[in-house]
Design a protein around this ligand. Structure first.
Ligand SMILES: [Zn+2]
Length: 221
């Protein structure tokens, strides 16, 4: 099963990707991991990516595509893969199609995790983190500390990360819409898009996704 996962920040995409990949016995390929692996292994593409990043520039599509291609050719990806964070624009989606075409393969589904925008803002903007340990995480509505602004675990001061402010979250959502909606339209025209709501408990969302993906992939096996 070859799947592309799309979803806005705050939809729990990384968590779902890990669970789905495990359930489907396919590797979870995230662009973040690809970059880290190529850079730490010092591959040619990794060196190129690092040079762009060090200069504060975006890594060009062909470098990202090259890394994705190398990864998809690994033995553990023969039965499929779950792509997370790639493609992130229509040009990359077209390049992916060309690459798969050349191998006589095609995508089986594009899983679109949908969340209410206000819900995402509420989830992220309500997050509070302990100054002593970033693993001590609370939420003003969903997991409030016993005393306001104080960590239950160690008594440290709780704060809101700049990235989590409502303005930043809204801006990230805006970027997501501008970049990703055209990809969803591109794949919708191919009949590949499966939309599920990403609200609720993690395992409920995974179950919903597995149900929605049922029957996909059989025609391409
Ligand atoms: Zn703490």
């Amino acid at each position: 099963m070859r799947i592309v996962l799309v979803g806005p920040p705050g939809a729990g995409k990384g968590t779902q990707a890990a669970f789905l990949a495990k359930n489907l016995s396919i590797p979870h390929i995230s662009t973040g991991d690809l970059f880290r692996a190529n850079i730490s292994q010092g591959t040619e593409l990794g060196k190129q990516a690092k040079a762009y990043m060090d200069a504060g520039n975006l890594v060009p599509d062909e470098v990202t595509i090259g890394m994705a291609k190398d990864r998809m050719e690994q033995p553990d990806a023969v039965n499929g893969f779950l792509l997370d964070g790639f493609p992130r624009n229509v040009a990359q989606a077209e390049a992916l199609d060309t690459m798969l075409d050349a191998e006589g393969m095609k995508l089986d589904a594009v899983l679109d995790l949908e969340v209410e925008e206000d819900e995402v803002v509420k989830r992220i903007a309500g997050r509070r983190i302990c100054r002593n340990d970033s693993a001590h995480v609370f939420h003003v509505s969903y997991a409030p500390p016993k005393a306001e602004g104080v960590c239950d675990v160690c008594g440290g001061e709780l704060y809101q990360r700049d990235d989590d402010s409502e303005g930043t979250v809204r801006k990230r959502l805006e970027v997501y819409h501008t970049q990703t909606e055209p990809i969803i339209d591109y794949y919708r025209a191919q009949g590949l898009v499966v939309t599920i709501t990403a609200l609720g408990k993690v395992d409920e969302v995974t179950e919903r996704a597995m149900e929605a993906l049922k029957g996909r992939g059989e025609q391409a096996a």
